[in-house]
Design a protein around this ligand. Sequence first.
Ligand code: R1P
Length: 278
Amino acid sequence: YFPERRSCLFICCKTADWLMSQTKHRPQVAIICGSGLGMLADTLKCQDSFAYADIPGFPQSTVQGHAGQLVFGELKGKTCVCMQGRFHMYEGHSLCKTTFPIRVFKLLGVETLIVTNAAGSLADGFQTGDIMIIKDHINFPGLVGLNPLCGPNDDKFGPRFPAMSGCYDKGLRCLAMEIAKELGVASVLQEGVYAMVGGPNFETIAEARLLHRLGVDAVGMSTAPEVVVATHCGLRVFGLSLITNKVVKSYEDTESVNHEGVLEIGRLRSHTIVYIFH
Ligand code: R1P
């Protein structure tokens, strides 16, 4: 019933073997760069870069602001692999493909996954340009069965019924808050709940109001499937949402959001994210 999923599991072993034959780096940390946030990958030292098109089995990025490169290198003495560009469900990728790199990272020996994304804020206290530590998520596609773990379970990666409470590591969240205070950037740091919606359209006002009532602080079209697969295979996860816009919740508001604006805030704020990571 899920033939693609079986072949996905097989292909990710091949992809991991190919990458290990092409680079001497053995990453402990993987970072997924969200829309407009690819700059972090450029700051790695001793880089080995691979275009997604050249990596056997890898899907292709089709969204502007997602360069489509895997970059290996050193960040503060840790070996990292950065995805400059992620895969979204709305691009037409199956959830198996969307989350394919996570299992490849697991096979490469990665222990910690850092996810970043561009998101719209619903929380009343958030400002555009704020950075939200993701405390938890609501996986709306997952709630109706669009879950990357559907299909045969491979026990080598994780259990059939994985727990998702605590999927955003508390120790890493506290550490990030302490570091932000030390660096003097705590005033732009928030903590909250991210909701994934399917996209690609942005939210209607009624949808925005619904999400707000449900306690969602920021909304986007990614991240949750990656975190589900990472948690399933035992990776520690840390997540950051860059607040690129306030989601319109009032019929009196004449503002509207667009992807170019999202990328622009990403470019302007990338340096703060790079500063925190360094
Ligand atoms: C919309 O501007 C795009 O930005 C966000 C949304 O999910 C959507 O893809 O991208 P990332 O979640 O990949 O950062």
